[in-house]
Design a protein around this ligand. Structure first.
Ligand code: NAD
Length: 253
């Protein structure tokens, strides 16, 4: 029996990378994890490797899909932990960024967080020990070139986190954001491919370029992010509320 036994935790984008690692971590403390995302086959493969986990298809840009998915998740009991992890990234200099691309990123990274959070707001506000964890980024705390749309979205997530933490402070639910630097996942692979294409660097050089943004000079592993999510879900972490926790090897924010 872990301290999350009997609690239902939904992790969006739970079939891959950071989301899958968080599900694995919360399950070790006893949570019944629901992995949500677009690719059911990938979600089911992930869920099969985690005790008590379920896979439910959900596109966070589609309000009807979110409503159906969260109703299905709630069939296993009130959702008392939500990890808004689904996210997308791309890169372009601002003078070449289309409105369509800007809005595509906001739709997943910001409005998706809004839709999923709204879907479980009643559960979270009534929970004895609820947790809302938003996966932002170091790009939510500082700016970087060629990702103005992504930076805007991740800053917005931190704004929503701080506002909800203040609004729900009298409930038993905390609201926090985790802000990692580059983590070794498919998303970082996309950034590595872009550097190779644009600069002609080889793979090792491209990884070294990303690692430069971390004072420790390395990419993070998914387990490091998952560990912070696990810690935030511990009952003794209930005073940590409205925080944007930077994980990037030494940047002071
Ligand atoms: P990832 O690409 O493996 O995970 C993103 C997940 O989101 C995928 O499972 C994807 O299918 C899902 N997703 C995308 N659009 C969706 C939609 N419309 N509906 C439902 N699911 C959708 O990459 P990751 O690195 O594990 O990213 C997880 C989160 O961490 C993202 O929010 C990302 O912005 C953030 N992040 C990543 C890094 C990094 O370097 N990898 C750094 C900081 C923050």
């Amino acid at each position: 029996m872990g301290h999350l036994t009997g609690q239902t935790a939904v992790i969006t984008g739970g079939g891959t990378g950071i989301g899958l690692a968080i599900a694995r971590r919360l399950a070790t403390d006893g949570a019944n994890c629901v992995l949500m995302g677009r690719n059911l086959e990938r979600l089911e493969t992930g869920a099969a490797s985690i005790p008590r986990a379920r896979a439910i298809q959900c596109d966070v840009t589609d309000a009807a899909s979110v409503a159906t998915a969260f109703d299905a998740a709630r069939a296993g009991g009130a959702v008392t932990i939500l990890v808004n992890n689904a996210g997308i990234a791309s890169s372009a200099p601002f003078h070449r960024m289309s409105e369509e691309e800007f809005l595509r990123i906001q739709d997943v990274n910001v409005t998706g967080v809004f839709r999923c959070t709204r879907a479980v707001t009643n559960d979270l506000r009534a929970a004895d020990s609820g947790r809302l964890i938003n996966i932002s980024s170091i790009a939510g705390l500082s700016g970087g070139p060629y990702i103005s749309h992504y930076c805007a979205s991740k800053h917005a997530v931190i704004g929503m986190t701080r506002a909800l933490a203040a609004e729900w402070a009298k409930t038993n639910t905390t609201v926090n954001a985790i802000c990692p630097g580059y983590v070794r996942t498919e998303m970082a692979e996309g950034a590595i491919r872009t550097i190779i294409e644009k600069t002609g660097a080889n793979r090792d050089q491209a990884i070294a370029e990303l690692a430069k943004s971390n004072p420790q000079g390395r990419l993070l592993e998914v387990e490091e992010v998952a560990e912070i999510a696990g810690w935030l879900c511990h009952p003794d972490s209930r005073s940590v509320n409205g925080q944007a926790i930077a994980l990037n090897g030494g940047h002071s924010m």
